[in-house]
Design a protein around this ligand. Sequence first.
Ligand code: GUN
Length: 291
Amino acid sequence: MTIIMSAKILDGKKIALEIKEELRLEIKKLKEKGIVPGLAVILVGSDPASKIYVASKKKACEEVGINSKVLEMSENTTQQELEVTIEKLNQDEKIHGILVQLPLPGHIDEEKIIESIDPKKDVDCFHPENVGKLSIGVGNIFPCTPAGIIEILKRNDIEIAGQECVVVGRSNIVGKPMAMLLLNNNATVTIAHSKTKNLAEVTKRADILISAVGKAGLITKDMVKKRAVVVDVGMNRLENGKLAGDVDFDQVKEIASAITPVPGGVGPMTIAMLMRNTVEAAKSSNLRTYE
Ligand code: GUN
């Protein structure tokens, strides 16, 4: 007789709600002390996916009590216009967090834009100064998606220290900072990517497997170790309009011990962590004001 034990579903939506409720209470107390966290989100152009993300961020701000300001700028915005807008927000005392929604139109130098954000207001944790701090394990702001994944693991009592973790994907937004955060949590970390030889052999070593590639169906059952924890960062729009992750969920859930769904796994956590980073930035800014 074979007993098939289906994986525990790691419910990111539920944890994100818990975190937002914790933040709502914290923000209420901050407001009693006269601190109102403020987030500015800049959207350049009209990419439909970006528009949806920005609307979700605005809604989350309203839920927790963060003051939000969405600046919609035309597709034809110049580098200089965008930099001037960011500089105004850098100087604005009511704004503690600045997020420029990526990707930006091709004529804009993304690196330069990220570097023009005051690192203290960089709630994405993309500025080189904050990336550096992350790599030496200091600072109180962490990149949103990787931080959300750590929170999913911790709140489900999944041990990270000493575990073999394989991250598939090496983007600056997810793959690289994810590896760094896992390392800061004492995991043994491997980063696999498009040039990795024998991907399945590498992924099969993982106690915790994290896929952040953006390719539907990339991770199949034969690539996963029995009872592994599988985290799916992929958000792929299928031809039938449905959203799918990188992981073949139906297959892999039969072998994994725990797995995040898409949607309802990592996605909601990214936004919850953005809210947390904005609160942290507001608290630090206030400390500086009264120093
Ligand atoms: N585009 C896709 N994900 C992100 C993110 O986490 N931050 C920003 N600024 N843009 C994104």
